[in-house]
Design a binder for this molecule. Structure first.
Ligand code: THU
Length: 161
């Protein structure tokens, strides 16, 4: 038996103004996308913005449904739309933020487990890292690769069949 640790490196910003311009624009796009959320059940509005290698920004927001599992998180709406529109264009970064009553929450929001799995697969598919920016009005956390959020990722490709 041997024990091991897994550490991840993250950056915290206390304000959007501390970020470089590209990332600030991406997070602002995510903040704006919270306004397009359809969340009558949770009343928790999430926005996501994907920066593509071609410079385009694609946004998404959570879309809920009366039959609960039928809805989808903001991150997956944005990533799936980006992949559907440009199947061969890599994603460089994704920003996510949340709002309640039209106000961006102070605390940063973290992608759910299913979104992490989807983000890691996009990264594996394109073979380049996807930066993740988790935004709040008073705290923003950024990591260099979405895979850092999901150690021990399930990946069928790792098994010989
Ligand atoms: N949600 C997202 O869209 N992204 C996240 O990262 C966390 C959760 C949505 C799902 C649901 O519509 C609402 O937030 C409350 O869970």
């Amino acid at each position: 038996m041997n024990e091991f640790e897994i550490n991840i490196k993250a950056k915290r910003y206390n304000s959007i103004n501390e970020m470089d311009e590209t990332e600030r624009r991406l997070l602002e796009a995510a903040n704006n996308a919270t306004k397009t959320s359809y969340a009558p059940y949770s009343k928790f509005n999430v926005g996501a913005a994907v920066l593509l290698e071609n410079g385009e920004i694609i946004t998404g927001s959570n879309q809920e449904n009366n039959a609960y599992p039928s809805g989808l998180c903001a991150e997956r709406v944005a990533v799936f739309y980006a992949n559907a529109k440009y199947p061969n264009v890599a994603i460089k970064a994704i920003a996510v933020s949340s709002a309640v009553d039209n106000k961006i929450n102070d605390k940063e929001v973290y992608p759910c487990g299913s979104c992490r799995q989807v983000l890691v697969e996009s990264e594996n598919r394109q073979k380049t890292k996807i930066k993740l920016i988790m935004g709040g009005a008073k705290s923003i956390i950024a990591i260099e690769s979405v895979s850092l959020m999901l150690p021990f990722t399930f990946d069928l490709e790792e098994f010989s069949r």
